[in-house]
Design a protein around this ligand. Structure first.
Ligand code: NDP
Ligand code: MG
Length: 391
């Protein structure tokens, strides 16, 4: 029996993780769970799964939750320290890191430092603190399993050896991208899209922030950086290929000309179940892939003119140091501002570029450097938005 700490239980990944737990009660049990402010959803989760501990983002949300869940043995807690504590809890075997954004970094690291098997959906923690994060993973001998579908596919397509042979044999990682809802739109039409249009992903049902990131291709940029940290490569060894059907989730190209791909219907329950049950596999309720129905798989190059975020992410990687944390923070502010109708869709990439250009990039020697860069970049981005100075 594997005890799960589910960080971000009320989100899209959180809900899919709960489905896998519910489908396999003989294998998985929800020990601890967290949410930020979704009290009603969290109350449903607590009543159904009866976790030992439930953590909310604020005292108010925690009190409301406790009120709704009277009679349960669950301990109701709130705040950052509690979040770290449920991830490192001795009753937990696996931490599903599914909080949205930079807020996921600290509790995910707390789980890593406690040696927990880490199922990483929260790509922002790897993007912002990549080297430190991977050093901690190595130091604590943690099993790190990527949940992001592309990275899960790459993980499955790499040879599972401990000898490091894959480094020698792999010639390229091929990261697939759906292209998002605006793949075929003209630049001028993209200038006036609404948050509702941008959130409507053609293949995946996801949280708001990652949906906007998918529409602006920032998600692919973050994933490029994520792949570099996870698989010890540089952006020069990763090709991004637009594949609108999202059936091939990514590929690995080998020096002998072989290309190994992982395929499946686009449903996050597949990589989630893979991570939870690794090195075994368990059933999911995802429909089997019917290639006759799919009939055609298409591929094209990403358009960096309409989607400059992808190039910005590669630039940030090569700049190194705090550049990736700066870009991530600018993007979190830009996406929130777009969702609040404060800036237009194309302004997201403009703001990201402006912040990355003017920000002071320094080396990352400690986690504090990452937090300082995050604070500084958010401040810079908010200031540019309020003054309308970023185009
Ligand atoms: P959602 O927005 O659906 O859910 C986010 C979760 O995090 C919710 O439980 C939310 O709680 C919680 N949360 C949000 N802000 C905070 C905060 N400041 N402090 C603590 N908890 C917080 O996101 P997704 O499930 O879509 O994505 C989660 C992560 O997984 C992201 O990093 C994303 O990039 C990654 N991912 C997601 C995929 C997907 O298909 N959805 C695919 C690949 C990666 P509340 O409900 O109370 O706000
Ligand atoms: Mg992905």
């Amino acid at each position: 029996m594997q005890g799960i700490c589910l960080l971000g239980a009320t989100g899209s990944i959180g809900q899919s993780t709960l489905e896998i737990i519910a489908q396999h009660p003989d294998k998985f049990v929800l020990i601890n769970a967290s949410a930020n402010e979704s009290v009603d959803k969290m109350a449903d989760i607590c009543r159904r799964f009866k976790p030992q501990r439930a953590v909310m983002g604020s005292e108010k949300a925690c009190n409301e939750l406790a009120q709704q869940c009277q009679g349960l043995a669950t301990s109701f807690e709130w705040g950052e320290a509690a979040l770290d504590s449920i991830a490192s809890d001795s009753a937990v075997d696996q931490v599903m890191a599914a909080i949205m954004g930079f807020a996921g970094l600290k509790p995910t690291l707390a789980g890593v430092r406690a040696g927990k098997r880490t199922l990483l959906a929260n790509k922002e923690s790897l993007v912002t603190a990549g080297k430190l994060f991977m050093d901690e993973v190595a130091h604590h001998e943690v099993t790190l399993l990527p949940i992001d579908s592309e990275h899960n596919a790459i993980y499955q397509s790499l040879p599972q050896t401990s000898s490091g042979a894959h480094k020698r044999d792999v010639s390229k990682i091929i990261l697939t991208a759906s292209g998002g809802p605006f793949r075929t739109w003209s630049l001028s039409d993209m200038g006036s899209v609404t948050p509702a249009q941008a959130c409507k992903h053609p293949n995946w049902s996801m949280g708001q922030k990652i949906s906007i990131d998918s529409a602006s291709l920032m998600n692919k940029g973050l994933e490029l950086i994520e792949a570099c940290w996870l698989f010890d490569v540089t952006p020069n060894e990763v090709d991004v290929v637009v594949h609108p059907e999202s059936i091939i989730h990514s590929m690995v190209s080998y020096r002998d000309g072989s290309v190994i791909a992982q395929m499946g219907n686009p449903d996050m329950k597949i990589p989630i179940a893979y991570g939870m049950s690794w090195p075994d596999r368990v059933e999911t309720n995802v429909a089997p892939l019917n290639l006759i129905d799919v009939a055609r798989l298409n591929f094209e190059s990403p358009d960096l003119l309409r989607f400059p975020n992808l190039k910005l992410a590669a630039d940030a990687w090569f700049m190194g140091g705090t550049a990736m944390a700066v870009l991530n923070a600018a993007n979190e502010i830009a996406v929130a501002a777009f969702l609040n109708h404060q800036i237009g869709f194309l302004d997201i990439a403009k703001l990201n570029e402006r912040v990355l250009t003017v920000a002071n990039i320094v080396a990352v020697n400690a986690l504090d450097d990452v937090f300082e860069a995050d604070r500084y970049s958010r401040h810079l981005a908010l200031d540019m938005i309020s003054r309308g100075k970023f185009s």
